[in-house]
Structure formats: structure tokens, C-alpha cells
Ligand binder design. Structure first.
Ligand code: GLN
Length: 279
């Protein structure tokens, strides 16, 4: 059997998933240790029985719903590769809106202090640390298993100005005041059927669900942020497409100014920021 035949076998096994051809290509390139282009450059390359068995095992796991990123142990975010496992949320394309918005607000030079709360895989923190080499980025997470993944990504990308700390939201930050706080916290309603029925059931629930209205963690972060920000500092958060209004209200209740919501590539409200005002 050739690599191209194997992609076709996978396409058939994965026929119920939306990206069956792409998923199959990704799994073939993983088990054969080649890039996707090589499948088409050398389509007649033979697969070994061992590669075939490994592929069938992964394709069956994918057919049961396990995300490709977990099966490969890798995903891409902000054109960078990130190690992922079942202990972290898989970085999503919509979260790139949070990076874009942060980069509009954070000047390209200057020794700014940035915190990324609930960093998970560390994708946001690493992307910001690489884009703003003079800044110091502190990333926190309550899960030590998530921090292990973030540490691997920090090392791989040589993000030497990135520091990882264990703790609940701001708790790990001590008395340090920040210029920018960013976060993609859990924001899914805890009784949302997606948590049981869709592929996201393979991702850590504690990185996704946040109380009845999905806003428990956003409320905690927005409430605590003003004391942790320097005068004129900014808080930026990702949220659900239908939570923009509530999040803007929460920012306003805490006295933030310049409250603005940005839409993601799907034109959905996704990121809100505000500036702490100096009284
Ligand atoms: N955007 C993710 C989803 O709906 C949720 C991410 C999060 O809770 N931070 O799958």
C-alpha cells in the first residue's frame, strides 16, 4: 500500500468528520514522518505494516471524535507549532484575534509587563513573548499538568522572557503590577450539550466550562484586574460570541474605559478590552 492509498483508506474511515481528507493526510504524514506535500510529491512511497497499523489505530480514535491535534500531539497557532495533550485546551484560530488586538495595544518596543492568565498550552504567552521581545510575559495556570505542556512550548520556542507560575487567575502574580493582562478563560455554559456531544469532550472541562452562564471566570478576572494593572494598563479577554454585551457591562462596572469588542474571522464578537483609568 502507498501513502496516497492510505490517505484514501483514512478518508473512508473518517467519512463522518467534516475534514476527513485533511485529517487523513495529517495522520498519514504523522505515521510516515513526512510532510503533507511529500504525499503528493512521492505518492508511490510504500507504507510499512507497522505504519499501517499505527495509522488505523489513530484513524479509529479520530473516528470516535478525538481531535487530530491530540493524536499528533501538535497544533499550529499564530504560525507557530505547539505541543498539546489532553491536559490543555487546543489553541483555536479565533484566539488569534486576541493576539492581534494585544499587538495593536502593546507598543513594539519597551519593557512592558504582560500577564496571560490560564495559559494552558502557553500558546498566547509564547506568541506574545516572541512578538514583543523586550516585554516580560508572566503566564499562570492552576493546573501543573498544563504548565508542563506550556514549559515544553516555552523551551521549544526559546521564549526566555516568559515565566510560568502556578496559581488561580491573579493569585500567582503576587504584588506585581502589569501593563497588560490577557486571558482566554473558560467561558462555555456548564450545561451546554457541546461539552458532552462534540469533539471538545476530549479537552479538559476545567479549561472550557465556567458556571451556569459561562461567565464565572470572566467575572472573577474582570473584578480582580484593576488592582493588578498599572495606571493606564489594559485588560483583554476572549469570550463567547454571545457574551460581548455582558462582558462590556462587567468592564464598565469595574470602571474600565475605552471598552471595545473585536470580532473574530467568523465576524463574531470574541475579544473585549478596556483600560484602567487613573483616578
Ligand atoms: N472557543 C472554545 C469553544 O467554544 C471555547 C474556549 C474557551 O472556553 N476559552 O470550543
Amino acid at each position: 500500500m502507498t501513502v496516497l492509498d492510505l490517505v484514501k483508506v483514512g478518508k473512508n474511515l473518517l467519512r463522518r468528520s467534516t475534514n476527513s481528507w485533511l485529517d487523513s493526510e495529517l495522520l498519514v504524514s504523522h505515521v510516515c514522518d513526512c510532510d503533507r506535500v511529500a504525499i503528493y510529491r512521492d505518492p508511490d512511497t510504500l507504507v510499512t505494516p507497522r505504519q499501517y497499523r499505527h495509522f488505523i489505530e489513530l484513524a479509529n480514535a479520530r473516528a470516535r471524535g478525538q481531535p487530530v491535534a491530540q493524536l499528533l500531539g501538535l497544533t499550529y497557532f499564530w504560525s507557530l507549532s505547539f505541543v498539546v495533550d489532553a491536559n490543555v485546551l487546543i489553541p483555536r484560530p479565533e484566539t488569534e484575534t486576541l493576539i492581534e488586538t494585544a499587538l495593536e495595544l502593546i507598543p513594539s518596543t519597551g519593557h512592558y509587563a504582560i500577564a496571560d492568565l490560564g495559559t494552558g498550552s502557553g500558546a498566547i504567552a509564547v506568541a506574545l513573548a516572541l512578538e514583543r521581545a523586550q516585554a516580560m510575559v508572566i503566564a499562570t495556570d492552576v493546573s501543573s499538568l498544563a504548565l508542563d505542556v506550556a514549559e515544553r512550548n516555552r523551551c521549544f520556542h526559546k521564549a526566555s522572557q516568559l515565566f510560568l507560575l502556578r496559581g488561580d487567575w491573579m493569585a500567582a502574580l503576587g504584588t506585581k503590577k502589569l501593563d497588560f493582562i490577557v486571558s482566554n478563560p473558560p467561558y462555555v455554559e456548564s450545561n451546554d450539550s457541546l461539552l458532552q456531544d462534540s469533539d471538545i469532550r476530549f479537552e479538559p472541562r476545567q479549561a472550557l466550562a465556567s458556571g451556569k452562564d459561562g461567565l464565572d471566570d470572566l467575572r472573577a478576572i474582570i473584578k480582580q484586574a484593576p488592582e493588578r494593572l498599572k495606571p493606564d494598563g489594559f485588560l483583554l479577554v476572549e469570550h463567547g460570541y454571545n457574551q460581548g454585551l455582558r462582558v462590556r457591562q462587567l468592564f464598565a462596572e469595574r470602571g474600565f474605559q475605552k471598552i471595545t469588542t473585536r470580532r473574530d474571522l467568523g465576524k463574531l464578537e470574541r475579544v473585549t478590552f478596556g483600560q484602567r483609568v487613573c483616578q
